[in-house]
Design a protein. Structure first.
Length: 178
């Protein structure tokens, strides 16, 4: 297994993230040796969704205004329906995401997470996957969408849904270790 010692990964999320899509990758990244920080629009805790119900919260390590892209080696964008919609509506969140692409740092997004990537204008020409319901949005933004469990195109890794977490987690460890 690749090691992520000395790697620091940002997880950008807010209320309404899909619980498993944050918890499972964060656990895998930490087990591989990474330092992981949850970055959000607000301080304190953010609430997850599980089976369309509010569920367990997670502590926020830094607010977006406190986070600096240069402090991180990669970015994780969990899905959920509410979470990426709120993030893509926040100009500073969109700028933060785009900065990872500008710096050619690895970015991973699962399920509805790529909606924020659309707003950051970074999907054109990228082969990627997502939750099926946003495939048209990605295609309209210029992405080449495929129905596969995990796809890496350059510095971007995407996955479809919680069922794909084992493959997604394995791939992001590989990509973040580079």
């Amino acid at each position: 297994m690749n090691t992520l010692e000395n790697k620091k990964i940002a997880v950008l999320a807010t209320d309404g993230y899909e619980q498993s899509e944050l918890e499972s990758p964060v656990k895998a990244l930490k087990e591989a040796g990474a330092t992981v920080e949850v970055i959000s629009l607000k301080a304190g805790k953010i609430k997850s969704m599980k089976d369309h119900q509010w569920s367990d919260p997670v502590n926020v390590d830094k607010t977006l205004s406190e986070a600096n892209v240069s402090d991180y080696d990669g970015l994780l964008l969990p899905g959920g329906v509410i979470n990426p919609d709120a993030l893509r509506s926040d100009k500073n969140a969109v700028k933060f995401v785009k900065s990872f692409f500008d710096a050619n740092k690895p970015v991973a997004a699962i399920c509805h997470g790529p909606q924020t990537l659309i707003e950051a204008d970074v999907v054109k020409g990228k082969t990627m996957t997502s939750y099926q319901s946003i495939s048209t949005d990605l295609k309209n933004a210029g992405a080449i969408w495929k129905d596969e469990e995990v796809i890496t195109d350059g510095n971007l890794t995407t996955s479809r849904n919680p069922d794909d977490l084992p493959a997604f987690n394995k791939r992001i460890i590989e990509e973040f270790s580079k």
